[in-house]
Design a protein around this ligand. Structure first.
Ligand code: OGA
Ligand code: MN
Length: 200
């Protein structure tokens, strides 16, 4: 089997510099179009297994209305992305001493009208999430379809990152962010690079 490697066209120096200066980085055209189509198909073929992300242990919250499905080892195509993130974690560990040991990931689906209100993935260092990543895998996204990742960078400036197909965003898990209401179905893999061993 072909070894999974960090794509050769990722500008690693730029990504590290962006993370260092701003606490986030965006990679356009993260993978081949063939890969993006394949992962999109894999996601869509499991849509009926997604669950309401707002319900955790039977408790309903109103902070988010998307649907998620944790990646499973048999999801071979999306698993390649997780492997790439594991490899990239080594680069991040060398650059920033983050001590990342593990990657946890789920598919997320926002149907029209769905959102995720302001939050931090790791408030006050309460969990092992160091870096958050979101890979957008729907086939099309137009500028007026909403669904932006609205993120406050480490210097306090706000950015609206459009969920363009085949775009991968990395950001520090302690940063404040939200997903604005999407007007069309918005598909992604959200993954966290963790300094502990994930509990899933
Ligand atoms: C999350 C999240 C951002 C996005 O799942 O915690 O903030 O752009 N996702 O989907
Ligand atoms: Mn988040």
């Amino acid at each position: 089997m072909e070894a999974v490697v960090i794509p050769g066209d990722w500008n690693v120096d730029q990504i590290l510099d962006d993370l260092d200066q701003h606490g986030f980085s965006v990679i356009d055209g993260a993978y081949s179009i063939e890969y993006q189509h394949a992962v999109s198909q894999e996601c869509l073929s499991h849509l009926n297994e997604f669950r309401d992300a707002a319900i955790q242990n039977g408790v309903v919250s109103n902070i988010r209305s998307d649907h998620i499905l944790w990646l499973q080892p048999e999801f071979q195509i999306s698993h390649q992305h997780t492997k790439t993130l594991q490899q990239f974690s080594q680069v991040l560990n060398r650059a920033f001493y983050l001590g990342i040991k593990d990657v946890e990931a789920h598919f997320a689906c926002y149907n029209a009208g769905e959102f995720y209100a302001l939050h931090r993935d790791n408030p006050q260092g309460k969990n092992g999430r160091m870096i958050s990543s979101v890979y957008y895998l729907h086939e099309e996204w137009q500028d007026d379809w909403g669904g932006e990742l609205h993120l406050q960078d480490k210097n306090g400036q706000w950015h609206a990152i459009s969920p363009k197909p085949n775009r991968l965003a990395f950001f520090q898990s302690d940063l404040l962010h939200e997903v604005l209401v999407a007007k069309h179905q918005r598909l992604s893999i959200t993954a966290w690079l963790r300094s502990d061993t994930s509990l899933i």
